[in-house]
Design a protein around this ligand. Structure first.
Ligand SMILES: C[S@@+](CC[C@H](N)C(=O)[O-])C[C@H]1O[C@@H](n2cnc3c(N)ncnc32)[C@H](O)[C@@H]1O
Length: 339
């Protein structure tokens, strides 16, 4: 924070520009080109850019702490800049490119309308719901799935710490995206089998990804509309990072279908960012509060407290949840069918 309040708030007001600057640098391949330090002219050649104009972008990336300039006017990646490389394990680049899509930004442009009405604005602004736009645009869908999958490692850590899955036979991951969390769980638990249930295009990507990970004999993906039905047959059901995409009525509709698919002795693990989970850092909460607004503009949805999740669960035929001690940014709520 700067001592001058106007300058501090001006910096916040520039946030959208910075998002787009990161997007441009990722799209140009600036971070990926810098295996070794390069002059602007050399970087311009690799990124097919106009050298004097690239120099202006690079100057600002230096100001942001993403690049640094060393000997002979050669630019180098900093630790921060390295996180935006295609090969960085955080896969942050996928998230930047997904978040910086124009339909998402246009929806944020109507945040004030969303706050007035309490409803999502994506469909009004872009002419179709967000899920439909993704289904119609394979590249956007692939990017979205990749951006989701980047956090699978932390989800796996949270699930394994939350509950003993050593006796589990078949885990069914509802809305499991391209199967990254399932793959991580199967790698940790060699006797477990698993199924991803997701929309048809996503399930196809999951099937291919699971086969490519060498898990084709223990894992599969099935097309599903969780508002119609959810596949039976799991003794453990997971639903990760899904309920926050939906308003309460929709979330209850999904959970009722999950409940209908489950036997009495199966268990449900809800993996989400629970707002009032203990031990959250200021930075984590700040991020969750922003994602909450993202859920509002995209879907009219929200992040929730444990009590709010319990309201959904108990309205859908489940017990109230047991919240596992947090070990990562992800929280796991375990619930059992009632009756
Ligand atoms: C936010 S993503 C979470 C993906 C994954 N579970 C994760 O944690 O990375 C929500 C998932 O719900 C899926 N989904 C949305 N609508 C669906 C529907 N009607 N039926 C089944 N899956 C749906 C999406 O395709 C997407 O994979």
């Amino acid at each position: 924070m700067n001592d001058d309040p106007v300058r501090s708030v001006l910096w916040m007001a520039r946030g959208a520009w910075i998002t787009m600057e990161l997007r441009a640098a990722c799209e140009l391949g600036v971070f990926d080109a810098l295996d070794d330090p390069l002059t602007v002219d050399a970087l311009a050649e690799v990124t097919h850019s106009d050298p004097p104009t690239l120099a202006r972008l690079v100057r600002s990336l230096v100001d942001l702490g993403l690049l640094t300039v060393g000997d002979h006017a050669a630019y180098e990646l900093t630790v921060l800049g390295a996180t935006l490389r295609e090969d960085h394990p955080s896969r942050l680049r996928d998230l930047v490119l997904m978040q910086a899509t124009l339909p998402n930004l246009a929806a944020w442009g109507a945040l004030d309308a969303a706050v007035r009405t309490g409803s999502g604005v994506f469909e009004q602004v872009n002419g179709m719901p967000s899920w439909e736009r993704l289904a119609r645009d394979p590249e956007a869908q692939r990017r979205f799935n990749a951006a989701m999958a980047r956090r699978a490692g932390a989800q796996v850590t949270a699930v394994l710490a939350a509950t003993d899955l050593s006796d589990a036979l078949t885990l069914l991951d509802v809305g499991g995206g391209r199967g990254a969390m399932l793959a991580g769980l199967l790698e940790a638990l060699p006797s477990l089998k698993g199924v991803v249930a997701d929309q048809p295009g996503v399930a196809a990507e999951a099937e291919a990804a699971l086969a490519e990970a060498g898990l084709g004999d223990r894992a599969s993906a099935v097309p599903c509309d969780f508002f119609t039905s959810v596949p039976e047959g799991g003794d453990v059901y997971t639903i990760a990072n899904v309920l926050h995409d939906w308003d309460d009525a929709e979330a209850v509709a999904i959970l009722r279908n999950v409940r209908a698919a489950m036997s009495h002795d199966a268990r449900l693990l809800v993996v989400e960012h629970v707002l009032d989970a203990p031990g959250r850092s200021f930075e984590e909460l700040r991020d969750i509060h922003l994602v909450d607004l993202h859920m509002l503009v995209l879907f009219g949805a929200r992040e929730r407290t444990q009590a709010e999740y319990d309201g959904l669960l108990t309205a859908s035929g489940f017990t109230a949840s047991r919240l596992a001690d947090p070990v990562s940014e992800w929280n796991v709520l375990e619930a059992r069918p009632v009756g």
